[in-house]
Write a protein that binds this ligand. Sequence first.
Ligand code: GLU
Length: 284
Amino acid sequence: MSDPGFVTRFAPSPTGYLHRGHAFSALTAFEAARAAGGRCILRIEDIDRIRCRPEYEAAVYEDLAWLGLEWGTPVRRQSEHMADYGAALRELSERGLTYRCFRTRREIAEAIESAPHGALEAFHGAALPAEEEARRVEAGEPYAWRLSLAAAERALGGFGDLIFVEEGEGPGGEHGLIPARPEVGGDVVLARKDVGVAYHLAVVVDDALQGITQVIRGRDLFEATYVQRLLQALLALPTPAYRHHRLLTAPDGKRLAKRDRAQTLRELRGSGMTPRTLRGELGF
Ligand code: GLU
């Protein structure tokens, strides 16, 4: 059935060269759009100015074109839309749903470890007393903005209505109507100290702004959907359907990742592989 209203996206972060796993993800999204008679958008998630590099972004376009994919332009580059994310953060903050967190990574890890019964795997905190907060802001101490799950729960009267449709499969075989469990992720960072925004908020704002109806992405992001669903509810944004796909694994059974130097698409291309062969190998 042709559905021109079907809009999905491929949203790489240009922090390295794309590898087979990205090719699989991109092909899954673009082919789903083609099969549905809809479209697949390319979005560049480059809010992390330290880790993202222009040469990686240039390679994204080259690699995807080599794979035979076509996307609409202009491509949304998150780094050019910080004001949109800032507005969403302000809206949440004005409603008392966020707090400033001055803790370092190490302090966060320690807070989680010392939770009673080791019950917490995620950080849950609260705003500092107003005076101390004001003093530390004044002193120019860096802080991140975190979402307060406790405040969010009060605002929504509980998380019971946070449901999303999983059309693919989560890591535990989840499929169908899924209750979001934002407590799994804890009080996530909405704006990093160094960057001014963080992944979950940017993705939720963009998925809504770009009219995404189907989020197609790797299963490693299944749990991210919990807090993203919560942010949609808090910001009164529509909820797309989700389709998490399997992750490609290396011959040793581990998942492919940029950090393991999984063979990059440009290396494959350089070694004479054709896009047709790669598509075939990946099952397309
Ligand atoms: N930019 C993210 C990544 O490269 C993907 C985000 C998403 O699909 O929601 O892992």
